[in-house]
Design a protein around this ligand. Structure first.
Ligand code: 25A
Ligand code: L14
Length: 340
């Protein structure tokens, strides 16, 4: 449990990564009460610093002893590290907010998107999991519609940016563009094929069923966050040559009929949602515009004319912010508030 304090010692594991960097920025931006920041990374980053509150803070190498005196530990260095070090951090007295897939489906670990299920934070036993980026933005948009009309089935196709994979993937997209535009061939390392000027229907590993792990995360995590095992979800996840911002084409079937206007009215006041839907004036969300924003943008709200109670939506969010760092810091804010 987090003890009430006027400020907290906050560790960021993976502080130099795409998400870790954003976590430090969001902590500062939202004026989270940090008395001491502990940036942790691998030996590759040792000797460097991160800037926080106008100070250069030295990066420390992650070890079993890194968590002495730490109140909150934000993890974003991959599932393997989280599996090993999150229990160590908890033993040392920290509350862990973990951004990897390691703990999300563990029954004793709450999986939280504050706009949807902040109430689940209270039963944590030391670890709170941050959901998959694609799932977070989808449930922020769908929860208010589910509350009104009960969603029976979701069919989603994602268009995911390379920043989801991390810094190396962002560098790879840039290098491939430069090579191709100078008439050299691309040499992919992070992805199995060239991502520049291409789409890869392959995110995370394939399972024997033919689905990818990323697709199945959207199925299982959506049900856990919404607290409703009866929702049917099917997903196709696609990598696209975009730096930041995931987009999703979402089709839902509801128990009660919702007109597009009703859905728009609900979404226009929903927490964390920005309705951005005026096709007559070419107003619809795009990743280039949404990158850097906190809200989940929703546009292209239409009735699905092929079924009785169906809707189509286009959902875009900054995967590094709401999809990862911002959601984690929002959870920390709830923790700090809860012990008032
Ligand atoms: O398993 P998962 O859950 O699927 O997650 C896999 C990866 O996804 C990212 C994150 O990558 C993670 O490693 N990630 C996780 N959750 C995410 C989410 N929700 C998510 N991305 C989006 N949404 P990342 O590249 O963003 O961040 C990596 C960070 O982890 C640190 N790290 C890695 N191994 C570590 C470790 N820290 C401690 N101990 C370890 N053993 C990593 O630090 C980074 O902070 P670093 O010091 O290794 O990297 C610092 C700089 O070095 C560069 N670099 C990376 N690899 C190499 C390299 N340089 C040379 N050679 C390399 N092989 C990096 O560019 C970085 O700038
Ligand atoms: O959080 O886009 O489970 O490659 C792992 C894969 C985040 C996105 C997670 C990607 C994801 C990531």
């Amino acid at each position: 449990m987090l003890k009430k304090k006027s400020g907290y010692v906050v560790a960021v594991v993976g502080a130099t990564g795409a998400v870790g960097t954003e976590m430090i920025e969001v902590l500062e931006e939202r004026k989270f009460p940090v008395t001491r920041l502990v940036p942790l990374a691998s030996t590759r980053s040792a000797g460097g610093t991160v800037t926080f509150g106008g100070n250069e803070v030295p990066i420390e190498v992650l070890t079993k002893d890194s968590f002495a005196g730490v109140d909150i530990a934000l993890f974003s260095a991959g599932a393997e590290l989280s599996r090993e070090f999150a229990p160590i951090a908890v033993k040392a007295g920290a509350v862990v907010i973990d951004n990897s897939a390691a703990w999300r489906m563990a029954p004793e670990v709450p999986l939280v998107v504050p706009e949807v299920n902040a109430h689940d934070i209270q039963w944590h036993k030391g670890i709170i999991a941050n959901p998959n980026c694609s799932t977070i933005q989808m449930v922020v948009a769908l929860k208010p519609l589910h509350d009104e009309a009960r969603i029976k089935r979701i069919v989603v196709t994602t268009f995911q940016s390379v920043s989801g994979t991390g810094k190396d993937a962002m560098d790879e997209l840039m290098a491939e563009c430069q090579d191709l535009l100078s008439f050299k061939s691309a040499s992919p390392k992070v992805y199995p094929y060239q991502i520049a000027f291409n789409c890869l229907p392959h995110i995370d590993d394939f399972l024997p069923s033919g689905y990818t792990k990323e697709e199945m995360k959207m199925v299982h995590e959506t049900r856990k966050i919404m607290g409703d095992q009866s929702i049917h979800v099917t997903a196709t996840t696609v990598r696209v040559p975009v730096y930041v911002g995931h987009s999703e084409a979402v089709n839902i079937e509801t128990e009660r009929k919702l007109s597009a206007n009703e859905a728009r009215a609900i979404l226009s006041t929903a927490p964390g949602v920005r309705l951005y839907d005026d096709p007559a004036h070419k107003i619809y969300p795009m990743p280039l515009e949404v990158a850097g924003k906190d809200e989940v943008y929703v546009g292209r709200v239409r009735e699905d004319e092929s079924i009785a109670n169906g809707l189509n939506l286009w959902v875009v969010a900054d995967n590094l912010r709401k999809g990862a760092a911002l959601n984690a810091v929002q959870i920390a804010e709830h923790l700090a508030k809860a012990d008032d």
